[in-house]
Design a protein around this ligand. Structure first.
Ligand code: SF4
Ligand code: SF4
Length: 352
């Protein structure tokens, strides 16, 4: 276990040095040391967590097949003053991921939001659907540490089916422009990442998605298996039935990435490709709400990425009171202690 952690860390630092240059490499080391110390202190002294998923928009220009964003009646964008308020409460050197059921590039103040978090020396990951370009692309890339685009397919018909309102041709133009701006403006701090969710609709396309990644000039691929956001969902189970086939495809894909200087986040060599199918861990290993928080655009703290529906799962609102107040509330304390018995966690894909 310790050898694995050290290996991961060294590989991460090597990649950081190779891709981002010496100064960024030093700032990466500085961040990791301070972030890890904060995490350690948090676990020992019960201070505030250091991993945050923050939503800033619940409005989206797409209408994807597996997303229930459209069913939410309340839609909007988080006001800048609320972001300012929460950022002051989050410890410096925290990991911030800007993501929600909504498109972040649609927020008119996206630049300023990133600046707010950057001033606090947070590491910023920004998710977008990659269907259009924001007005200040250069500013956004300069502020982020990772720009992540979710890619489900590189087949035009399939894209239309899975991500209604979207077009592969348009997406390709957008992605090429992003990598071009990054290259021309010599923006080294920001890594360009594909987030690939493997489902029955796309597992046979994995290698084509990686060819596409290289073609548009992106650098890293992160693989996930599809999750069932619905308690009764069966999509994940269906993917498990194809395990051997998918692992074989992934093994070849890892090989391709190594030969083409692309990074796969989840594993280091072909033999680790079945890690995605590892047995579900015990509930007690779930660190959501303890180390890692999900706060949606309205300020509702929800249990985790799988249980995002604030109408059912809200554990309190950080904009109506404060982060510290919500985290020390009886509701949150009760949830943390009783996770194993909670209806919320039944059928959890990750820990059940
Ligand atoms: S782009 Fe994201 S938020 Fe928008 S519909 Fe698709 S999955 Fe939902
Ligand atoms: S649903 Fe799963 S990941 Fe979410 S809090 Fe419960 S056990 Fe953790």
């Amino acid at each position: 276990m310790i050898i694995k952690i050290i290996r991961n860390l060294l590989l991460h630092l090597y990649n950081s040095y190779k891709r981002k240059g010496f100064l960024n490499f030093l700032s990466e080391i500085n961040f990791i040391i301070k972030n890890r110390i904060s995490l350690l202190l948090h676990r020992k002294l019960n201070t505030l967590p250091v991993f945050y998923n923050i939503g800033i928009s619940s409005v989206c220009n797409l209408h994807c097949k597996f997303c229930n964003q459209a069913s939410y009646k309340q839609k909007g964008f988080t006001a800048l003053e609320k972001i300012q308020k929460i950022s002051n409460q989050i410890p410096k050197f925290s990991d911030i991921t800007i993501v929600d059921l909504g498109e972040s590039f649609l927020h008119k103040d996206i630049d300023m939001i990133l600046q707010i978090f950057k001033k606090r020396q947070n590491r910023i990951t920004l998710f977008t659907n990659g269907s259009f370009l924001p007005s200040n692309l250069e500013g956004i890339l300069s502020s982020c540490n990772k720009l992540v685009i979710s890619i489900d397919s590189v087949d035009e018909e399939k894209v239309k089916f899975l991500r209604r309102n979207s077009s592969l041709k348009q997406m390709k133009k957008v992605l090429i422009k992003i990598s071009q701006v990054k290259r021309e403006k010599k923006i080294r701090n920001c890594e360009l990442v594909f987030n690939i969710t493997i489902s029955l609709y796309n597992y046979y396309e994995i290698k084509n998605i990686l060819y596409f990644l290289k073609e548009v000039g992106f650098e890293r691929a992160v693989f996930n298996l599809i999750e069932d956001w619905d308690f009764k969902g069966k999509e994940r189970e269906k993917v498990f039935q194809k395990k051997d086939e998918i692992v074989a495809i992934l093994q070849k894909s890892v090989q391709y990435c190594r030969e083409n200087d692309l990074i796969i986040s989840n594993f280091f060599d072909c033999n680790e490709a079945n890690k995605l199918f590892k047995k579900k861990e015990h509930y007690s290993q779930c660190r959501w709400v303890e180390d890692c928080l999900v706060i949606n655009w309205k300020g509702d703290l929800v249990p985790c990425c799988l249980r995002r529906d604030y109408r059912i799962f809200s554990l309190g609102n950080v904009y109506k009171s404060s982060l510290q107040t919500v985290l020390s509330s009886p509701k949150v304390e009760h949830f943390k202690k009783t996770k194993q018995q909670q209806f919320i966690c039944k059928n959890c894909n990750w820990y059940f």
